[in-house]
Design a protein around this ligand. Structure first.
Ligand code: NI
Length: 192
């Protein structure tokens, strides 16, 4: 079990494009994937990208099973996607709240395409191609942004809708922010 430290926004390496994976069978690729799995599980994210743990390769991982933490979101199969690409299926965009392990304690309202098709390869080299919409599409766009060197605050159009999660929580709900809320944030905020 190798839990890696998460790089945080401000680190110049997070805003560079990561490199294509040339050889999916390379031992290094398997190491990266194992470390991503261990780190995502440890930090409780529903998605992670290799550059967040210091590997600048185009590998992303996302997914979660049906969970009380995400009662309104349909489960997404745990997916490891190498050299991911996105095709936008229609121009409709929707805004929703996002957070990120690399931007701890902050949330923002981010526009994303509602329907996409994504493609890439699994760790055995098999091609993956799926259509996705809504929350699933949002997660994939967020993670592909990471390997393109884009962090969610760079996508926010109205910076008044960006801030510390405890402050935003109290502003939006009128309730005091407690540890219980912190534990349940995903039900309200979507991504972590
Ligand atoms: Ni992120």
């Amino acid at each position: 079990m190798t839990v890696k430290k998460i790089l945080k926004m401000g680190d110049a390496r997070l805003i560079e494009r990561s490199q294509d994976v040339d050889d999916i069978n390379a031992a290094k690729v398997q190491t990266i994937i194992t470390d991503m799995q261990d780190s995502m599980q440890y930090y409780g994210g529903i998605g992670i990208a290799a550059p967040q743990i210091g590997y600048f390769s185009r590998i992303i991982m996302f997914g979660f099973e049906s969970s009380p933490r995400y009662p309104e979101a349909a489960p997404i199969p745990l997916t490891i996607l190498i050299n991911p690409e996105i095709e936008v299926l229609d121009d409709t965009q929707e805004e929703d709240w996002e957070g990120c392990l690399s931007v701890p304690g902050y949330r923002g309202l981010v526009p994303r395409h509602k329907r996409i098709c994504y493609r890439g390869f699994d760790p055995t080299g098999r091609a993956i191609e799926r259509e996705a919409s809504d929350f699933h599409a949002r997660v994939v766009q967020h993670e592909v942004d990471h390997v393109d060197g884009v962090l969610f605050p760079m996508r926010i159009e109205d910076m008044r809708q960006f801030g510390a999660e405890d402050v935003l929580w109290e502003r939006l709900t009128g309730e005091a922010y407690t540890q219980a809320h912190r534990d349940q944030l995903c039900t309200i905020w979507g991504l972590t």
